[in-house]
Design a protein around this ligand. Structure first.
Ligand SMILES: Nc1nc2c(ncn2[C@@H]2O[C@H](COP(=O)(O)OP(=O)(O)OP(=O)(O)O)[C@@H](O)[C@H]2O)c(=O)[nH]1
Ligand SMILES: [Mg+2]
Length: 384
């Protein structure tokens, strides 16, 4: 009976198109001039195999998603997930993989820097059962970093060394963004993923049991086909957030740690402004203190918006609204801080302990309220 119902819903062309064996996930942000090239290279290299490509585009202003849909109209193996008001390479890859039902998944950049011609070998390794996860590696013999300058190569080596803190596997290129994985292996790890920042492979391995079998296949990193790099100065911060989440994310949310660090910078800003106004310019203490508090709050807002809540970053008019709501919320936090500290102090608690309790209550209040009302409520995602 059930089969009959299902049959009656089966699309007419069902038997004509075989399901994909391999889904290639391509995260994109402003890669409009690379879309056709990526698809034609995949087409060439995956001849004779059942595959599909899923682009996950974060609403690129250059019209990447529209270009992908143009190509998809001519080639049903091409799909587009367009995420509105979201940013993040790792989370894009995760959502692309979750949208597929193929037994094998690959992730490759959308700028042709990864050598797609090793995909058939990666697929063979997975099919044969030799490994569960195959990494395209720049650092095993036969691979290379192409034309990177010395400082970028140094940076990459340093980041690779740092990764040893969270993965204890013998892997020469855990920072690679090019890999293929069995669906079951991905599914075991998926709920443990942090999905922050750029390094989805590292996240995946750190969230997988040590029994996952890895293999590396060398490739030579190429120059971009078209467009510009999205690796900016904040990529390192995203990487540190990922490492921190993997190390102690189970104990305390990594965003809260970032929020607290920014708060620490805010204290330094406060003292710098107060010293300049009161200490150097002899402006009355109360005015100096008030100005310093406002400047510190504004600087905390700017830093939190750029770093702690980077994936929900507010811009334009939302930025102004965010600054106002952040300042009001943190003023209430300051009142709670002083209230709790004074209450404890009056009850003969040590002054330092009273102050610390006030600071903790204020910080938790500020974090919880601004995460909910300044960023989550006003992020482009929720207002669009
Ligand atoms: N969906 C999505 N894709 C992104 C995001 N940031 C980068 N990408 C894509 O991820 C891939 C890698 O980004 P790149 O800027 O090329 O970074 P990279 O290859 O490490 O750096 P370069 O060597 O300078 O190109 C590209 O296909 C980008 O378009 C993002 O926030 N969201
Ligand atoms: Mg690139």
């Amino acid at each position: 009976m059930e089969t009959e119902v299902l049959d009656s819903f089966a699309p007419a062309h069902h038997a004509a198109s075989a399901a994909a064996e391999l889904s290639v996930i391509v995260p994109t942000f402003n890669e409009v001039d690379n879309v056709r090239e990526v698809v034609s290279r995949l087409d060439r290299t995956l001849q004779g195999r059942e595959w599909e490509v899923i682009f996950v585009d974060d609403d690129s202003p250059d019209g990447t998603a529209a270009r992908i849909r143009e190509v998809a109209q001519l080639d049903p193996r091409v799909r587009c997930i367009q995420r509105i008001g979201r940013r993040g390479l790792s989370s894009a890859c995760v959502e692309g993989m979750l949208s597929s039902s193929s037994p094998y998944l690959a992730v490759i950049d959308g700028d042709c820097q990864h050598d797609e011609t090793i995909l058939p070998r990666m697929l063979e390794v997975l099919r044969s059962g030799e490994a569960d996860l195959v990494v395209g590696s720049r650092y095993v013999s036969g691979g290379g970093i192409g034309r990177w300058d010395a400082s970028r190569a140094r940076m990459s080596r340093f980041a690779t060394r740092l990764s040893r803190a969270v993965i204890k596997r013998d892997l020469s290129d855990p920072m690679s963004g090019f890999f293929a994985v069995r669906r079951e292996t991905f599914e075991i790890a998926v709920r443990g993923l942090s999905s922050v920042g750029f390094k989805i492979l590292l996240d995946l391995i750190a969230s997988s049991p040590g029994t996952v079998r890895l293999k590396e296949i060398p490739y030579e990193f190429r120059n971009r086909h078209a467009g510009v790099s999205k690796l900016d100065s904040q990529a390192m911060w995203g990487y540190l957030m990922l490492l921190a989440d993997k190390l102690f994310g189970d104990i305390v949310p990594v965003r809260f740690v970032a929020f607290t660090l920014v708060g620490g910078v805010g204290v330094l800003v406060h003292f710098a402004v107060l010293t300049a106004l009161f200490g150097v310019m002899s402006i009355p203490f109360t005015i100096g203190q008030a100005v310093a508090a406002v400047v510190a709050m504004a600087s905390n807002f700017v830093l939190n918006n750029a770093l702690t809540f980077r994936d929900m970053r507010l811009r334009g008019w939302l930025w102004v609204k965010g600054l106002v709501s952040f300042t009001l919320t943190c003023s209430l936090g300051a009142l709670a801080n002083v209230g709790v500290a004074s209450y404890l102090f009056k009850r003969h608690t040590l002054w330092a302990l009273s102050a610390l309790a006030g600071i903790v209550v204020g910080a938790v209040w500020n974090y919880a309220m601004t995460a909910t009302y300044t960023w989550a409520k006003h992020s482009p995602k929720s207002s669009s």
